[in-house]
Design a protein. Structure first.
Lengths: 87, 286
């Protein structure tokens, strides 16, 4: 993974949650922590469940995250198969 | 450039296709839509709602996504206004307002074409990490025992849903239904326990309607449980009093409520439930 993309397994994610959403691939965090996404493989798609820092309106986030998520999807073999789901 | 935003409603509204202008913001366009299988069998029949908005041609990618999220929420607010009117005018109680999750996906196209303007926007029913523990056990236990969930939990969930969908007056009433049900149930038990050796008429007086809810919550609670809601921190009593006045104005004068009223009522109801459950747990251990 690119050095400047924070994407790794999050030990804090309970296993019971990983089981609900598919095969847990890892968690992405944006540069200043405004955006966090848990990524799961579900069938042929990679689904990113995106959350924003508490109190931050999604529309107001200034951290970039779309290119980074696309890049992660590509490296995991899901090019053009990324689905974004906002919490 | 103009962008077309479409949502497939989970309903078939019996309204003619066409434009439905609003006092504020762009109009909503409704159209009857069929989904066909490969054999041309009808698999779904529903109403598709559409609107348009203008965006600068040179909007950066992240800004486009932020705009999609923003427009999806704005459009849902207008759609829900339309659904409220349709529900009232058609007397269709089963037509309820939509959450972002139920309205998903929100699809965006360059106006006048079928060319997507970025990806669909989907919303989750709740944050992916926000799954309480013990759900499976609770569901299995409840079903096997043949009991219903606590009315307080159900009312509070109704209130939360109403608040999220902008039905603020209902939120206040759901919250006060919760407070009435939970407080009175536990209060009556506390009175019966604390005043068990007193005459029945005395207990009846303390539990009766004439004694007044706020007297019960304050002085009487202090006497029988050592905990008056009027002495709770963080301004609970002020919030409770204000919310109670709002509840009465809705019931007796048909007053409206805003989001602050709904949020305050929800905060008060959640706190009252928490306090009464704590007192009940203590009392049952004593």
């Amino acid at each position: 993974m690119d050095m400047d993309i924070d994407f790794r397994q999050d030990p804090a994610l309970p296993e019971r949650i990983a089981r609900f959403y598919g095969d847990y691939q890892g968690t992405y965090r944006s540069r200043r922590g405004q955006v966090q996404a848990d990524l799961f493989r579900a069938g042929r798609m990679l689904v990113a469940y995106i959350g924003f820092a508490e109190g931050l309106d999604p529309e107001a986030a200034t951290d970039t995250y779309l290119n980074e998520l696309q890049s992660i999807a590509k490296k995991l073999g899901f090019e053009n198969k990324l689905r974004l789901v906002y919490a | 450039m103009n962008v077309r935003l479409t949502v497939d409603l989970p309903y078939l509204l019996l309204l003619p296709d066409g434009e439905y202008p609003l006092a504020d913001g762009p109009s909503i366009s409704l159209g009857w839509t069929l989904k066909l299988s490969q054999d041309l069998d009808i698999t779904a029949s529903y109403t598709q709602a559409t609107t348009e908005f203008a965006v600068p041609d040179d909007l950066a990618r992240e800004a486009q996504q932020a705009r999609r999220l923003q427009e999806a929420k704005k459009f849902l607010g207008r759609l829900n206004q339309l659904l409220r009117w349709y529900r009232a005018a058609s007397r269709r109680a089963d037509i309820v307002e939509l959450t972002l999750y139920r309205a998903s996906p929100f699809s965006f196209f360059i106006a006048g074409t079928d060319v997507p303007w970025g990806e669909e926007v989907r919303f989750a029913s709740r944050p992916s990490r926000d799954i309480p523990e013990g759900v499976t056990d609770a569901v299995r236990r409840g079903l096997v025992m043949g009991v219903e969930p606590d009315v307080a939990d159900l009312f509070l969930l109704d209130a939360e849903e109403a608040r999220h969908t902008g039905r603020f007056r209902e939120t206040v009433l759901f919250c006060w239904s919760t407070i009435d049900a939970v407080f009175n149930r536990e209060y009556d038990k506390l009175v019966d326990r604390a005043l068990a050796n007193e005459p029945k008429e005395s207990r009846k007086f303390f539990k009766g309607l004439d004694f007044g809810l706020k007297n019960k919550m304050s002085a009487a609670m202090y006497l029988i449980a050592g905990r008056s809601l009027s002495r709770e921190p963080d301004g609970l009593w002020e919030d409770l009093s204000e919310s109670y006045a709002k509840r009465n104005s809705i019931i007796h004068r048909g007053d409206v409520a805003n989001e602050d009223d709904a949020t305050r009522a929800f905060r008060v109801a959640s706190k009252v439930v928490e306090i009464m459950r704590a007192i009940a747990a203590q009392a049952s251990q004593a």
